[in-house]
Design a protein around this ligand. Structure first.
Ligand SMILES: [Zn+2]
Length: 198
């Protein structure tokens, strides 16, 4: 197959050269409310991969990124915690485009992990107003209104593709807390600075 980014022949969906150029994990950390958000990459460097969610070839890009970065990170994390298992909850796994890029992240990041278990489709937004390019004020005035339908009294990690202001993750965190879900942290592919379009 060909590299998604440079079109050269490549065994992996993103070739080794492009991986070296764009996919060096930075582990950017920020705190919103009392939720820690960890992002692998700066949005600016990885925008073409993040935005692949809008096209069908995004399926293999997200699968690749989940296996390459999310899975080893979660494996290392669960080895060092006390609880028997931890659930991995994707933010609003909606399949409007034929697949959910977030569901791919949660599925392949936990696939070979006995301790981290994906909980699909349990956290849905009732309001899908576009946040792209919108201010923090707009985001706060138009909450996602998440509904949680998963088990209560569990430990969890939440996953999304991108965080900008952290508003979405913070809203999800608040809803989960009401169900006694102990969220250890949120994990996202990319961290975008506020005001960027995504
Ligand atoms: Zn390439």
């Amino acid at each position: 197959m060909r590299c998604f980014s440079c079109d050269k022949l490549s065994i992996e969906p993103i070739c080794k050269e492009c991986q070296k150029e764009f996919l060096i994990p930075e582990m950017i950390e920020k705190e919103v409310g009392n939720l820690d958000i960890v992002s692998f990459f700066d949005y600016y460097l990885t925008v073409e991969f993040v935005k692949s969610k809008y096209i069908s070839s995004g399926y293999r890009i997200y699968k690749f990124l989940a296996k390459k970065f999310f899975a080893p990170f979660l494996k290392a994390y669960v080895e060092n915690i006390d609880c028997d298992k931890i659930y991995v909850i994707g933010i609003d796994e909606n399949v409007d485009r034929g697949y959910s890029n977030v569901a791919i992240l949660t599925h392949y990041s936990t696939k070979k992990n006995k301790k981290a278990i994906a909980l699909h489709n349990v956290l849905k937004a009732q309001n899908r107003v576009q946040y792209a390019g919108q201010s923090l004020e707009f985001r706060l005035e138009n909450p996602r209104d998440f509904i949680y339908k998963g088990p209560e009294n569990i430990d969890a990690i939440i996953i999304d593709d991108t965080t900008t202001t952290g508003t979405t993750l913070e809203q999800a965190h608040r809803v989960l807390k009401k169900h006694n879900v102990n969220v250890h942290f949120a994990l996202t592919l990319a961290n975008a600075r506020e005001g960027m379009d995504y």
